[in-house]
Ligand binder design. Structure first.
Ligand code: NDP
Length: 278
């Protein structure tokens, strides 16, 4: 029988721990404040921003919401980021992606001070992660590590395969698994004999962005499978990159979609806001 890793429950545990920490910090006169900037009114982005606001409220983090119109110029956005970088009362800054096409995303991410980059996307933080220095870590892969640890799954010495090499999931995921002493292989669209490699995995993390691509033919008996993917199917139901029904009977543990990795991303964002770049 396989274990279903309950991301909803684990993320709630993390949020409750953070709530206590924030209350203790407040008692010592320290307040945490996250600035969330959204440019335009993309409905999916509005949902994410709203969820972040709600999580801040729950934990006791002050949140500043900047809802800027679609036609905001790059200069105006950079100016706002600059002013938030300079504010001592703001300790986290987040720009909800994607930004409209006329704004250069790289410039925006570079403009956020690495000390306030709670998303962990700034090259300084990415570099710190790869050389093992303290810094902010990208929230989704950090959430995957917490799911594994809090489910009692040992990473050290395990054969870990990451399917996907994006800057926000695959690459930082590989660095984190390496930091936890896993033996890590990263696969991508040019990988040959993909199934042969994924079948070696004791821990398989799938962030490939293709609905239900990974079926039983990709996994070893008894593996742990973490599904980062999120898609909405034709019936408006959520599914992941893993075909859960095909894979689950063969594994020792697996994350569902929804209720697996998804809720961990916000919990880890809150963790970054509370802990700072330790
Ligand atoms: P990207 O599209 O940026 O990256 C996908 C990766 O998968 C790329 O490295 C690509 O390879 C590789 N890939 C694509 N097709 C294949 C294939 N057929 N065989 C092998 N490799 C392939 O996606 P993200 O990393 O941003 O996201 C991945 C998934 O995770 C998505 O479903 C996304 O919605 C979800 N997601 C979920 C989050 C959460 O909070 N739970 C947060 C972020 C993302 P190549 O580099 O060669 O092109």
């Amino acid at each position: 029988m396989y274990q279903v890793i309950d991301g909803k429950k684990i993320s709630q545990e993390i949020k409750d721990e953070l709530k206590e920490k924030v209350a203790a910090m407040k008692a010592e006169g320290v307040e945490r404040c996250l600035a969330v900037i959204q440019v335009g009114s993309d409905p999916a982005s509005s949902v994410y921003v709203n969820n972040k606001k709600k999580a801040c409220e729950y934990i006791g983090i002050k949140s500043l919401a900047y809802e800027l119109p679609e036609e905001t110029t790059e200069e105006e956005l950079l100016e706002l980021i600059g002013s938030l970088n300079a504010r001592e009362d703001v300790n986290g800054i987040l720009v909800q992606l994607p930004v409209p096409e006329h704004i250069n995303e790289d410039k925006v991410l570079l403009a956020i001070s690495p000390k306030k980059d709670v998303d962990g996307f700034h090259p300084v933080n990415v570099g710190n992660l790869s050389i093992g220095r303290p810094g902010y870590v990208s929230c989704t892969p950090a959430g995957v590590i917490q799911l594994l640890k809090r489910s009692g799954i040992e990473i050290a010495g395990k054969e870990c395969v990451v399917l996907g090499r994006s800057n926000i999931v695959g690459k930082p995921m590989a660095m984190l698994l390496l930091r936890e002493n896993g033996t890590v292989t990263v696969c991508h669209s040019r990988t040959r004999d993909l199934r042969e490699i994924t079948k070696r995995a004791d821990i398989l993390v799938v962030a490939v962005g293709r609905p239900k691509m990974v079926d039983a033919g990709y996994v070893k008996e008894g593996a742990v499978v973490i599904d980062v993917g999120i898609h909405r199917n034709e019936n408006n139901r959520l599914c992941g990159d893993v075909d859960f029904d095909s894979v689950a009977p063969h594994v020792s543990a697996i994350t569902p979609v929804p209720g697996g990795v998804g809720p961990m991303t916000i919990a880890m964002l809150m963790n970054n806001c509370v802990e700072g770049c330790r």
